[in-house]
Design a protein around this ligand. Structure first.
Ligand code: PAF
Length: 281
């Protein structure tokens, strides 16, 4: 496995491969890898000749300095995991490599940045859009892979790719869960044992809403039922629980069974903020 920290060496390695007609898959990550990331790597490997995993904790997508500081950093372990999966290339740049000189560009994704994660994490999606645009420009992959857990991020990146005409195929890979239902996330590493048990509450609240909706309850009733459960038994501090359109992510006030929708949740477990979602068919 080749590990690059600078752009020129990475590109010097990739260019002849691309000229030979090899297909390149990119899995962008911020490290602290878990089974969710590894399943993205496996999918990328099965669909490309060469898989590049980027590991970069992107400061511009953190709207809270404490959160950036506490983000888990496990590079040595990440490299060991990637090599067990047969990942061919790792790109692990420094801040100086990714943000050289005066950075003036800010990205605005319209309504997508005014709802859910965008509403609670000002500037977050501008930072995600910027870093993903940089990675796509540097690596020029044929395909790029993202997890469904960050579904709003996927919509942002899809918009970026469409509007700026990046020549890349995107995949949104289903969320990988612990046997308890807890969605795998690098942030789970910050949870204590008892918090990890409580964190299942995000998935349980989603499941409760889903079954209420599928039993014919209105969204208002289903939402109220889930909020009451969270407040009495859930052990998590809810930030939002929303029903969104499966094609546009616009916020819905009612579920139309004939159209795909997404139930999205964000909540704190102790100090750790987690998100999750389920797609309703
Ligand atoms: O999902 C992540 O890990 C990050 O937001 C990403 C896409 C690697 C950009 O920094």
């Amino acid at each position: 496995m080749k590990v690059f920290t600078d752009i020129t060496s990475l590109q010097n390695f990739l260019l002849p491969k691309r000229r030979q007609g090899l297909q390149v898959g990119l899995v962008p990550t911020m490290g602290a890898l878990h089974q969710g990331h590894l399943s993205l790597i496996r999918q990328a490997k099965s669909e490309n000749d060469l898989t590049v995993c980027s590991i970069y904790i992107n400061p511009t997508q953190f709207n809270n300095a404490g959160d950036l500081e506490k983000y888990p950093r496990t590079l040595e372990l990440d490299l060991a995991l990637l090599s067990t999966q047969g990942c061919e290339v790792v790109f692990a740049p420094t801040d100086h490599t990714m943000y050289v000189g005066n950075q003036l560009i800010r990205l605005d994704f319209g309504y997508l940045t005014q709802i859910m994660e965008g509403r609670y994490r000002q500037g977050h999606f501008s930072g995600v859009g910027l870093v993903v645009a940089k990675l796509l420009n540097i690596i020029k992959p044929n395909r790029a892979y993202f997890g469904q857990k960050d579904i709003q991020q996927f919509f942002i990146i899809r918009q970026l790719v469409r509007e700026l005409a990046f020549d890349v195929e995107l995949t949104c890979h289903p969320t990988v869960r612990e046997p308890s239902g807890l969605a795998m996330s690098s942030r789970n590493q910050r949870l204590s044992e008892s918090e990890r048990e409580k964190a299942v509450g995000l998935f349980q609240a989603l499941a409760l809403c889903e079954s209420a909706l599928k039993n014919g309850e209105s969204w208002k009733m289903a939402h109220q039922r889930a909020v009451e459960w969270i407040e009495t038994e859930g052990g998590i501090r809810l930030e939002y629980l929303e029903l969104a359109d499966g094609d546009t992510l616009e916020i819905l006030t009612e579920w139309n069974q004939n159209k795909q929708a997404v139930l999205c949740i964000a909540a704190f477990v102790g100090e750790v903020r987690l998100i999750d979602n389920v797609i309703l068919f």
